[in-house]
Every structure is written in structure tokens, then in C-alpha cells.
Write a protein that binds this ligand. Structure first.
Ligand code: MLT
Ligand code: ZN
Length: 473
């Protein structure tokens, strides 16, 4: 049973980081207890902003000793409420933003050793300045942090070629709930010495320990990059195009995003300064990225080949290859603003699902029926990382009928859509995690053996249960 911290205990925690980095006032604490979408909020008596691994270690040791809950937080961009304290006002927030040093850049080994609080965009810029690529790419990259990316095993738009955050990590430094530091900051691409412990902490959403640094892979910067925007008639045609693009570009296919027409329209209607990317309307849109390690001409050649094959087979209604860096940036800005562009359309019931890529058309068809069975007038808003089999499949409230009670349908809508996912052996959380939002559903629907194993791991690593309670398991 966890404790409510007394003033004396709060003072002891604050003394570890010093008064300037121990926040207690309601207004200074506020940004750490709410999320950007306003879906989750909580209360905390204290936000700690440690400046060293040693301070993190002392905080966790004290927390275990005193049985005080700790909620680790990176850039506070998570979408499932995993980074916030609950409403009880007893959990301490541990914000990692001050651990923001690059410890080492080892270009010969192709790695960077980065601390948890480094903002993703900064890391991408550091790699770029060395003519390298750190490929993790997300809409929130201007504020999310590496520690949070790893804790949530973030995905994004380049998973297709480079993998999730987990695949980009060779080594990890983690502070355990006991305060011990698990130093596994190794640069090895091959290491079969027992259990892969780092992978326990990646994707654990801060429920097992606090990630403080990581060895991350760098890649050669592509010499040529092309971005293609296509209009197609159906998800089935999108799948056929995906097969053409994969076969033509192979490893050079670095992005394949699917977007329903309405969400493209929302961006044009609600976000400033965007124009329709295509001359004619199409029910579905695709954004393809080709990155060639060889040359700009090679990338252009592959892009043209894909488009020509798509037209020849009658799969493309309209299409364009970006003609400038500005147009490329504009295409990606449109894709990245889709979450925000939905908001003015009213409340949305969200799903972040994955199914085998070949089942995407079937999922879209069956999920639309599932949505209609719960609320016939709800609007389906679907977009996502088709190449990874991952869709953001949202049910938005009926047009013009702004009614908060739509959100009361959340559980029944989730169940209807997730039943389709389960029937296709898919996942109910492809890239956003479990957090608070999907915990109950995970507990109710995951195989009991898996839940039992997760619980035993949790108990073994965090016997006092101080790490991010109420999240995941
Ligand atoms: C995206 O791919 O744009 C996000 O993961 C979707 C979201 O914010 O729901
Ligand atoms: Zn996404």
C-alpha cells in the first residue's frame, strides 16, 4: 500500500534536487499534470526536476523506502495518460527534462549516447549536422523527449524502414526503483548474453524504472529523397500500390501513409495555409516517401517508376511527386497536423490499432460497420501508417451535432472496433501505449498468461509498486 507523503517527506525529496527544481505551487505544477489534448489530468504535491542520474537514484531509493509513488515524465506528449499522476494528489512527478546532455557521439560505431531529456528534434538536428540520420519521426518531435520515446516505444512515420524506438536502441541506462543504476550503455549490435534486459524497460511506460540515457543508432543520411502524394479509390488499391512500392523501392521505401479524404479536407479547412495537394478529389490519399542512399536521381527514378506502374494498373486516380523541398515539407506538415485538424470537428473516439498489412482493407470495411452499429451518424476519420499495418481509426461525432454525450460511447465504441481488431489478430495499441487509457481493456482482454507474466515481472522489479502505479498492468 502506497503512502500519502507528509510535508517532511516532501521536504526530503525536494532537498535532493534543491528548491529551484522542486515545484509545489499550483501554477508551476499545472503543465505537468495535464496533457495537451486535455483528456487526462491529475494532481501532485511535488514535481521534481533532477539534474543528474545520482539525483534520480536518490529519489527512487527514498520513494521505495517511504512507499511513495513516482510518475516519470518526459515531454508530456503521450496520448494515453501514462505520464500523469492520478487524481489522489499523492504521486510525485519526476520530470527528466534537465538530463539533456549528449554524452558521446561515436560516428565510427554509428551511435550517439543521449540522455533521456533530450528533445527528439534536437537529436535529429545533431545527427543531421554530422551528415547522419536519426530516423525516429513523430508529429510531436519538437517537444517529446528521448526517454519518453523509449519508455513508450514510440513509432511514427519511418517505422517501415527503421523500426520503432526499440529497434533504434542498442543500450540503456535505467535507474531501478531501489535506486540501483542498471548501466547497459553498450554499443553492441550483437550481444546474446542472456535475457535482453533493456527491452524490459523499453515500452514499459515507466512502470519498472526510469530510463536516464540510451545508446541510439545513427544511419547514413539519404542522398536523395522523394515524396509522392497519390489519390486512390479504395484501401484495396492502396494495398496494391504498397506492394508495388515495396517491390520497386525495397529498402528505399521509408514511408507509406494512408489518409481518408475527410481528414485531408479537415487540414485544409481548419489549419492555416494549406491547399489541396491534388487537382481532383479521391476517397483515399497516400503519402509515399522514397529515400535513396545512392543519389537524388536514384530516388527520383524509383518514385517515377512507382507512379507509372500505379497508373498503368489503374490504381491511381491522381498523383504528384513533390517538386521542391518546400512542397515536400508542406506534404508532411499536412500529414502531421491531422490530429489537430480533427479537433474543430468535435469529439472523437480514438483507436490506435494494428493488423497484418494485408488485412488493412478488411479492417477498414468491418470497422466502419462496427462504428455504424454503435452510432449510425458518427463519422469515421481514418489515417495512419499503412506500411506498418497501423491506423489511427477515429469515430468523430455526427457533423454539426456538438454533443458532449457522444464521448459516453467511448467504451462501447472501443469494444466494437477492437473486436474487429481482435478477430484479425491485431493490436489495440500499436504505437501510443496502454497508460491509463487502455489498462482496463488490456487486463480484460489480453491472454491471462501474458498478464500474469507481466505482473510477476512488475513485482520482481518494483516490489513496493512505486513506479507509475495504475498504468499498464
Ligand atoms: C499520428 O500518427 O499522427 C499520431 O500518432 C496520431 C494521433 O495523434 O492520434
Ligand atoms: Zn501515428
Amino acid at each position: 500500500m502506497l503512502e500519502r507523503p507528509s510535508e517532511a517527506v516532501l521536504d526530503a525529496f525536494a532537498a535532493i534536487v534543491g528548491p529551484a527544481y522542486a515545484l509545489r505551487e499550483t501554477d508551476t505544477v499545472a503543465p505537468y499534470v495535464t496533457d495537451p489534448r486535455g483528456l487526462f489530468s491529475g494532481r501532485t504535491p511535488l514535481v521534481l526536476r533532477p539534474g543528474s542520474v545520482e539525483e534520480v537514484s536518490r529519489i527512487l531509493r527514498l520513494a521505495t523506502e517511504m512507499k511513495i509513488a513516482v510518475v516519470p515524465q518526459g515531454g508530456n506528449t503521450g496520448l494515453v495518460g501514462g505520464q500523469h499522476p492520478d487524481a489522489g494528489g499523492t504521486e510525485i512527478v519526476l520530470s527528466l527534462g534537465r538530463l539533456d546532455r549528449i554524452r558521446e557521439l561515436d560516428l565510427r560505431s554509428g551511435v550517439v549516447v543521449a540522455e533521456a531529456g533530450i528533445i527528439l528534434q534536437r537529436l535529429r538536428d545533431i545527427a543531421d549536422a554530422q551528415d547522419k540520420l536519426f530516423p525516429l519521426s513523430l508529429g510531436s518531435q519538437g517537444s517529446c523527449q528521448i526517454g519518453g520515446n523509449l519508455s513508450s516505444n514510440a513509432g511514427g512515420t519511418s517505422v517501415l524502414a527503421y523500426g520503432n524506438a526499440r529497434d533504434l536502441c542498442l543500450g540503456l541506462e535505467v535507474v531501478l526503483p531501489t535506486g540501483e543504476v542498471f548501466d547497459d550503455l553498450r554499443k553492441l549490435r550483437k550481444d546474446n548474453t542472456g535475457y535482453d534486459l533493456k527491452n524490459l524497460f523499453i515500452g514499459a511506460e515507466g512502470t519498472l524504472g526510469v530510463i536516464t540515457a540510451a545508446v541510439l543508432k545513427l544511419f547514413p543520411k539519404p542522398r536523395g529523397r522523394e515524396t509522392i502524394w497519390l489519390g486512390v479509390a479504395s484501401p484495396g488499391d492502396a494495398l496494391a500500390l504498397f506492394e508495388i512500392a515495396s517491390a520497386t523501392a525495397a529498402g528505399a521505401l521509408t514511408g507509406f501513409e494512408l489518409m481518408q479524404e475527410c481528414v485531408v479536407d479537415f487540414v485544409i479547412k481548419h489549419m492555416h495555409g494549406h491547399r489541396p495537394p491534388l487537382a481532383s478529389a479521391a476517397p483515399w490519399h497516400i503519402l509515399v516517401e522514397i529515400s535513396s542512399g545512392r543519389s537524388a536521381d536514384d530516388a527520383r527514378g524509383l518514385a517515377e517508376e512507382i507512379v507509372a506502374a500505379g497508373f498503368e494498373r489503374g490504381l491511381i486516380l491522381d498523383g504528384t511527386i513533390a517538386e521542391s523541398l518546400a512542397q515536400t515539407a508542406e506534404f508532411w506538415r499536412m500529414r502531421e497536423s491531422m490530429t489537430e485538424a480533427q479537433r474543430p470537428e468535435g469529439a472523437s473516439i480514438k483507436h490506435d490499432i494494428s493488423v497484418p498489412v494485408a488485412d488493412i482493407p478488411r479492417f477498414i470495411e468491418e470497422a466502419a460497420r462496427a462504428v455504424a452499429s454503435v452510432c449510425p451518424d458518427a463519422r469515421v476519420v481514418c489515417f495512419g501508417h499503412m506500411g506498418d499495418g497501423n491506423l489511427h481509426y477515429n469515430a468523430t461525432q455526427p457533423a454539426g451535432a456538438f454533443d458532449a454525450s457522444f464521448l459516453d460511447l467511448y467504451p462501447v465504441m472501443n469494444k466494437a472496433v477492437h473486436d474487429v481488431v481482435r478477430s484479425l489478430s491485431g493490436s489495440i495499441s500499436a504505437e501510443h501505449g496502454i497508460g491509463r487509457m487502455k489498462r482496463q481493456e488490456l487486463l480484460e482482454t489480453a491472454p491471462p498468461v501474458a498478464i500474469n507474466l507481466m505482473r510477476r515481472l512488475k513485482d520482481a522489479v518494483d516490489p513496493a509498486g512505486i513506479m507509475n502505479p495504475g498504468k499498464v498492468v
